[in-house]
Design a protein around this ligand. Structure first.
Ligand code: IMP
Ligand code: MG
Length: 374
């Protein structure tokens, strides 16, 4: 049965019995190999605790168990992460150490383990890992015992976590990535105050990348035109220059996405406008196996915005484009509520700011170079 942990969906991957059978085999190999030696199982916390518990009971020679934790913290420089072993109180001098890992992915953590262990003068150091992702592995040290080679997909359960959850699952699950998350699909949030040029740039992006335009403004107007229940509700808020409630917006967006499942991607124009909406959008997209590629913000000073909106108001017949007070409200609402959304995406490393003043093609060029870097 598929399961959900936070925003992600997982499907069954390795059954309890498969794990049990394979661990018994590997335990037998280790028993054979380490007869007459001074074996220390060195578990790497947190992930290996369940694997080690089962593995050590399928090894039938005297052994000791001890644990380490790799603490990683950011350096003050941009040199990346510095890792340290904590918890080795044991004297490993002359011992035959078998490092027990739940998973070797890039192999980076294990490399640090190996380096730091060699300072402790053990007689030998070998590695046993429950899972190994050959496609992700970036080093060339030997991994002595591998229970399962797996594809480069995120897994959870049997000690392995997603965001600290899922360790107590009795079997291993794999991240469910439906077809739509294939690379080459761009889901872009185009961001900017009213009058920033989102509509114009969206049209060009749709042509260039074959994306589907998802403007909440357009959705509202469509629902309005068709007189749907959601439309009538939205109208009341729009005419007052206010935001439409999140549940209404998300429902409209989800409906549109479901109708257009085979699209090459979506441009979210004018949405999400609040952090709450951004979170709701992430959750809703995950349900469909999708995610946001990035947010691109068009930066335009207020006085230029005001001019542009009024100019548009002359031809658009939009009530909210013609009234000074309503324009002010909309810019104010944007400033107060939507800027935190930029911070939300920035935290995920998905935010880019672009100067929205200048020639349309020039601005477009800057946007495409951001998208091509995804
Ligand atoms: P490394 O890339 O080999 O250094 O792996 C680093 C750590 O990332 C592992 O010890 C795990 O804690 C975690 N990790 C890597 N891949 C997965 C996965 O698929 N599920 C859960 N944790 C993982
Ligand atoms: Mg680990």
């Amino acid at each position: 049965m598929n399961i959900q942990i936070k925003d992600k969906f997982f499907r069954p991957f390795l059954k309890e019995q498969q794990l049990k059978d394979r661990i018994a085999q590997v335990g037998a190999d280790i028993t054979e190999k380490y007869k007459g030696k001074d074996l220390v199982l060195l578990g790497v916390l947190n992930g290996s605790f369940i694997f080690l518990a089962d593995l050590c009971r399928s090894i039938h020679i005297p052994l000791t168990c001890t644990f380490v934790k790799i603490s990683s913290y950011e350096g003050t420089q941009s040199t990346g992460k510095i890792k340290n072993l904590i918890g080795i109180g044991e004297n490993l001098n002359g011992k035959d150490v078998l490092i027990v890992e739940d998973i070797i992915d890039t192999g980076n953590s294990m490399k640090h383990m190996l380096e730091q262990l060699s300072d402790l003068n053990p007689a030998s150091v070998s590695i046993v890992t429950l899972l190994y992702k050959p496609e992700a592995f970036r080093f060339n040290y030997a991994i002595d015992y591998v229970c399962f080679e797996i594809p480069n997909k995120f897994v959870v359960g049997y000690g392995l976590d997603y965001d600290s959850l899922g360790r107590n699952l009795t079997e291993i699950y794999q991240l469910d990535t439906p077809q739509l998350t294939k690379s080459g699909m761009y889901n872009i949030v185009l961001f900017g105050p009213p009058g920033a040029g989102k509509g114009t740039q969206s049209e060009k992006l749709i042509q260039q990348y074959g994306l589907t335009h998802l403007s909440t403004g357009d959705l509202f107007r469509k629902h309005l035109g068709e007189g749907t229940e959601l439309g009538l509700l939205a109208k009341k808020y729009m005419n007052e220059g206010h935001l439409v409630p999140d549940e209404v917006v998300i429902k409209m967006v989800e409906e549109k996405i479901s109708e257009t499942k085979d699209s090459k991607g979506f441009i979210f124009d004018g949405f999400p406008r609040t952090t709450a909406q951004a979170e709701a959008l992430d959750q809703m997209l995950a349900k469909h196996g999708l995610e946001i590629s990035g947010m691109i913000a068009l930066d335009v000073p207020q006085d230029i915005l005001r001019e542009r909106i009024k100019e548009r108001g002359k031809t658009s017949n939009r009530v909210d484009d013609q009234d000074d007070e309503k324009i002010t409200t909309r810019i104010q609402v944007y400033l107060n509520e939507t800027l935190p959304v930029a911070a939300y995406y920035e935290k995920q490393g998905k935010f880019q700011n672009i100067n929205g003043v200048g020639a349309i093609d020039e601005i477009f060029g800057q946007i495409t170079s951001v998208i091509d870097s995804y």
